[in-house]
Design a protein around this ligand. Structure first.
Ligand code: GLN
Length: 192
């Protein structure tokens, strides 16, 4: 069985662990850089990206994670997607640059900063998993403002990309781990 690391410093890592199990792999809660050796892929959960960044700089986790992403698949949701981006605004902060995208944090504004919507993913998503709408939970989500060469958009909401892929990496601005639909996690497992 494939082992999927879930960065467990902060945020909704437990929900990701449960989704990984439902999708047919075994979760490893990563808190120590030694654990990168035993996992086939890594999930960066939702939470607060600034806090995660601070915690990542303790004990050299940041550098080990960056190196892991050079060889193995990484899947980021919401704050995790912010950490994977090449450019972060509102405000700017350090990021891994694993995906050639520019993201704006908390971009849906204060009034309607969280919502649950049904989105219609592109045909390719249905072919690679199973067809049908996706329930997308947005919580103080970023908006992907720019996608550059090599980035494939798998689903959009209100004209903006919300599920994207670049090579071995995957990112979502919503939270598939908070629904019972495990197709997005299965899509990631298929990349390991
Ligand atoms: N607003 C958070 C951030 O900027 C992300 C929110 C989330 O992960 N649900 O890091």
């Amino acid at each position: 069985m494939k082992k999927v690391g879930v960065l467990a410093l902060q945020g909704d890592f437990a929900a990701h662990g449960a989704a990984v199990e439902r999708a047919g792999a075994s979760p490893v809660y990563v808190l120590d850089r030694q654990q990168f050796k035993e996992i086939d892929g890594l999930i960066l959960p939702g939470g607060e990206s600034t806090t995660m960044l601070k915690l990542l700089h303790i004990d050299g986790l940041y550098e080990s994670l960056r190196e892991f992403g050079e060889k193995k698949p990484v899947f980021g949701t919401c704050a995790g997607a912010i950490l994977m981006a090449k450019e972060v605004s509102n405000p700017t902060q350090q990021s891994f640059g694993m995906m050639d995208i520019a993201v704006e944090r908390n971009a849906y504004g204060r009034q309607i900063d969280s919502r649950v919507v049904d989105i219609e993913p592109g045909d390719e998503f249905g072919k690679r998993t199973a067809p049908g709408k996706l329930e997308a939970v947005f919580i103080r989500a970023p908006i992907i403002r720019d996608t550059r060469h090599g980035v494939k958009v798998l689903a959009e909401y209100a004209g903006d990309p919300v599920l994207i892929e670049q090579g071995r990496h995957l990112a979502a601005t919503f939270h598939p781990e908070l629904t019972q639909d495990d197709r997005v996690h299965r899509l990631f497992l298929a990349k390991l």
